[in-house]
Ligand binder design. Structure first.
Ligand code: C5P
Length: 239
């Protein structure tokens, strides 16, 4: 029987409006390397991952230099970016169709999450290896959550006991994710992550608890935080 292989798709075609910088956030320097290079290295160094597709905007001028500096023998393919994240992911999936099996696993990981750890990646692969649907890294919500009315006052306190933050990677079978994303797009649904497309198709993705430091660079202060997490990890590996 064909044993499933693993591929990664990294959507990297966003412009990162909330960062307010001239360069898209995935290319800002972090400990001397662009943000996107950090997670790509973690993905490419994992022995089970066979290759990566990166979705890049047509007018992007930074990707070629990043690609040239990735020290890997594995394929790193460029797909076209799309108008929204899910278009970019779908373009990546279309590109994988040519070289991967419909039943292969795909891990979709945001280019703007540089602190993915090898341990979290291992856990995700191990916990989902036999799962019929797939799932995602996530962390339980820890703050109390408020819902507002239209005047900016509290309308309700939300029960957080079953609420989680969805992180990436999100890991699904190539064919199932492709069909789910396609269908969501055709229905005009707003899906901000891959799991949401699977949910809309009637599946219940599994939550795998990950590390809270797998943050998505969104605001300027996030860069310093990511730098702190990565530098501390480098020290603990060396020590
Ligand atoms: O903007 P946000 O942080 O939600 O984007 C999440 C990820 O999706 C980022 O890595 C970003 O580059 C990517 N993205 C994309 N194509 C878009 C919009 C976002 O690949 N059109």
């Amino acid at each position: 029987m064909h044993s499933a292989r693993y591929w990664a798709i990294v959507p990297a075609a966003g412009i990162g409006k909330r960062m307010g910088s001239a360069i898209p956030k995935q290319y800002l320097p972090l400990l001397g390397r662009p943000v996107v290079a950090h997670a790509l290295t973690t993905l490419l160094q994992h022995p089970r991952i066979d290759g990566v597709v990166v979705a890049v905007d047509a007018k992007d001028e930074w990707w070629p230099a990043v690609a040239a500096n990735l020290d890997t023998a594995k394929p790193v393919l460029r797909a076209a970016g799309g108008a929204e994240r899910h278009h970019s992911v779908l373009n990546g999936l279309e590109m994988l169709r040519e070289r991967a099996a419909w039943s292969d696993w795909v891990l979709v990981h945001d280019a703007a999450r540089p602190c993915l750890s090898a341990a979290d990646l291992d856990r995700l692969l191990a916990e989902l290896a036999d799962d019929p649907v797939g799932g995602l890294l996530a962390v339980p919500v820890r703050d109390t959550l408020k819902q507002t009315d239209t005047a900016g006052r509290v309308a309700a306190t939300v029960d957080r006991s079953r609420l989680w933050h969805a992180l990436t990677p999100q890991m699904f079978r190539l064919g199932m994710l492709h069909d789910a994303l396609r269908a969501a797009l055709e229905r005009g649904l707003l899906v901000t992550d891959d799991a949401a497309a699977m949910e809309a198709a009637g599946f219940a993705p599994r939550l795998v608890e990950g590390r809270g430091d797998n943050l998505k660079i969104t605001r300027p202060e996030d860069l310093a935080l990511a730098e702190f997490f990565l530098a501390r990890r480098a020290v603990s590996v060396a020590g």
